[in-house]
Ligand binder design. Sequence first.
Ligand code: C5P
Length: 227
Amino acid sequence: MNRSDTPRPRHRFLVTAGPTREPVDAIRFFTNRSSGRMGYSLARACVERGHDVTLITGPVAIKPPVGVEVVFVETALEMCAAVLDRVEGYNGLLMCAAVADYRPAEPHPGKRSKTPGDWILRLVRNPDILLEVDRLGYKGLRLGFAAEFGDPRERGRQKLEEKHLDLLAANDISRDELGMGAIQNAIWLMDRWGGSVAIGPADKGVVAMELVEHLEDAILRLAQDPK
Ligand code: C5P
């Protein structure tokens, strides 16, 4: 029997996508250029391969794929709570979201009106969701993304180790036509066993399909060689 005849195990994936919004006052916020396309494509590809998917998404302009359970959040703190509440029930956490690293320390209640002079804001660190998941002792597969300016491989490998990830998809965001906010992506997929493979440049849907096959292989490998 060749590999394609073997029934594929069905997994449960928790996928995060999109940017977060960090309120400055009741009507203003900080955010970033993430369109949600990579995470949404990944969620769709997982469903197409027969897996169950919950998508935790920040605010984006695209529609969630059919067949996916969707949880809408706004801030990094909300996304963190949504992930920590659920992650134990999943075989894999795919952290595609561009989570804000900082939030305004004291969002102004209501709308802040103009005053003469400057408005100086203090930003505080948001929790790193992947590190919080690590602290929980989560045993499932963890995929992170790293958007870097220039060749992302060295910094990517460092992030894989710092965040105790099993897989890391690193991409160069200095090219406008690829990566954050773009239609296409090109990634280096690195794994905990020292391997790395280039995927793309291609539409994010194509990159996602290839990525899911690597996720399935990595889950099998983790079962044989647990952390
Ligand atoms: O350190 P950096 O933000 O580049 O790491 C990116 C990876 O970490 C992504 O997978 C992102 O979803 C995740 N992340 C996180 N919590 C944060 C910031 C990023 O889990 N506060």
